[in-house]
Design a protein around this ligand. Structure first.
Ligand code: NAP
Length: 466
């Protein structure tokens, strides 16, 4: 049995969960394989009814699920409620997908032949998910996998297993047939790897770090298993000298500091044109100094703790590295340990300026509340700096100039682009994913999920009598 402590107060144990073995993973994959033929025959509209019921149940349990999430991984209760509401929307969106068309009719060279395509499920699929969106990410994989007729084995992040169990309970209470949805808890390197190599598993959808994703991809290729990877980011905002500075400051701060910077789409680089560098920097620093940091269950708190001791150590190591690299620490830069905060993994919102594009703090994903400000002279230089990294997940620009906005939208190497918006934030009905090392170049959510969770079958029907 494994336990999970509350990152805001490590004296509190939040959840207990099974330390599963590779045999448990094999049993889950086998259950998914047994359930697959019947589930594939159920049909989209009826499958949608299960998702609709699960959405209603999740909605009715929203507060319980949100509190569990906050206690387990630290994000503020407001963000946890928002994410759970998003989970409800994802389920309802994909319930509707069960009613949509799945193919095309295509003219055959023989005019008497009806030729058409349909999309068929892949079979049992494994979903391996991270801790930072413990409701939204499992659901944005599970809901499309299920609606298109696949059965699933979910391997959630160990840090947020308790929250993942809440989703499974909603589906089970909605009456989903036994074996259609399975969860395996425990170490990724043991049970996750066992799932990747299981002969019953026909596809793997993974969200997490680049290191694990790359290893998973090479194993999937060896086994001939379809895979998709969504991984890290190092997301920039470009702040032009004609920007609405109030908007740019607020959305840069929330992009960098909400969820303690632990979003793949978090803002970690502010690339600022020189004429407004000083004013932007002063205002961002003042805003970051004003943020309340504490346990996420306190409704007045803006930023909760780092998720774990390991993540706290990473944050503090990068803060020390930034100083050694010659960046100037403007605020934060330390663990917060006053009073009860000493029992949690709290780090102060941290801003560096005089960051240069090749510093490691400007190149590597930190996944903490650290913002680096880089000064540039022109939009062309801003684009060069923004693109000068291995990642390409999300990016935004603050400007009132349509020409600059369009030049940015065209030139930026990122899968998600915002004009006058935060780098973080996705909508379930729109395709989501990154370029370069951020992804395996497939997309999730919206109708893009159909591409991954189904395969095309082309059918030609000819009359018998010639
Ligand atoms: P992680 O360490 O890569 O873990 C992700 C999942 O993989 C967990 O369920 C983990 O299980 C499992 N795992 C670990 N080692 C494995 C192995 N050898 N084989 C199979 N599975 C294995 O990532 P994380 O720390 O949870 O999440 C943070 C990362 O996710 C960041 O890099 C962030 O950018 C990325 N992320 C990307 C997106 C996106 O959509 N692009 C969204 C959110 C997060 P255990 O928990 O048991 O180790």
């Amino acid at each position: 049995m494994l336990t999970r402590e509350n990152p805001a107060d490590t004296r509190e144990i939040v959840s207990h969960y099974q330390d599963s073995t590779p045999d448990d993973a094999a049993a889950a994959a086998d259950a998914a394989a047994q359930a697959f033929p019947a589930w594939a025959r159920v049909g989209g509209p009826a499958r949608g009814e299960y998702l609709r019921k699960a959405a209603d149940i999740l909605e009715s349990r929203l507060e319980d699920v949100a509190v569990t999430m906050t206690r387990e991984m630290g994000k503020t209760i407001g963000e946890a409620r928002g994410e759970t509401r998003r989970g409800v929307t994802i389920l309802r969106y994909y319930a509707q997908e069960g009613l949509r068309e799945l193919g095309l009719t295509i003219p055959s060279s023989d005019p008497r032949t009806l030729m058409y395509t349909t999309r068929v499920p892949l079979g049992p699929v494994a979903l391996i998910t991270p801790w930072n969106f413990p409701i939204a990410i499992p659901l944005w994989k599970m809901a499309p996998a299920l609606i298109y007729g696949n059965t699933v084995v979910l391997k959630p992040a160990s840090l947020t297993t308790g929250t993942a169990v809440k989703i499974i309970e909603c589906l089970v209470d909605a009456g989903i047939p036994s074996g259609v949805v399975n969860l395996v808890s425990g170490s990724g390197s043991r049970v996750g790897r066992a799932l990747i190599e299981d002969p019953h598993i026909h596809a793997i959808s993974f969200t997490g770090s680049n290191e694990v994703g790359r290893d998973l991809a090479s194993r999937a290729v060896q086994h001939g298993t379809k895979y998709q990877l969504e991984m890290g980011g190092k997301n920039p905002v470009v702040v032009c000298d004609d920007a609405d500075l109030g908007q740019a400051v607020e959305l840069t701060t929330s992009g960098a500091m909400r969820s303690t910077g632990q979003k793949c789409t978090a803002t970690s680089r502010a690339i600022v044109l020189e004429p407004i560098l000083e004013e932007f920097t002063d205002r961002v620093v003042a805003r970051c100094r004003s943020l309340s940091v504490g346990p996420g269950l306190d409704e007045s708190v803006y930023m909760g703790p780092a998720v774990s001791q390991a993540q706290l150590t990473t944050d503090l190591d990068y803060i020390a590295l930034g100083q050694r690299e010659g960046a100037r620490l403007l605020c934060g830069g330390k663990r917060l340990e006053e009073g009860d905060l000493a029992h949690g993994y709290f780090v102060a919102p941290t801003v560096f300026d005089r960051v240069t594009p090749h510093m490691r703090i400007a190149q590597e994903e930190i996944f903490g509340p650290l913002l680096g400000i880089i000064s540039v002279r022109t939009l062309e230089e801003a684009l060069e700096v923004a693109n000068g990294i291995r990642f390409g997940l999300s990016a935004s620009i603050f400007t009132r100039d349509i020409d600059r906005a369009l030049a940015f939208a065209t030139g930026i190497e990122a899968g998600m682009v915002r004009i006058n918006g935060e780098t973080a934030g996705v909508e379930p009905q729109a395709p989501f994913g990154g370029m370069k090392a951020s992804s395996s170049h497939s997309r999730e959510q919206g109708r893009a999920a159909l591409e991954f969770f189904t395969t095309v079958k082309t059918i030609a029907v000819s009359p018998t009598a010639y």
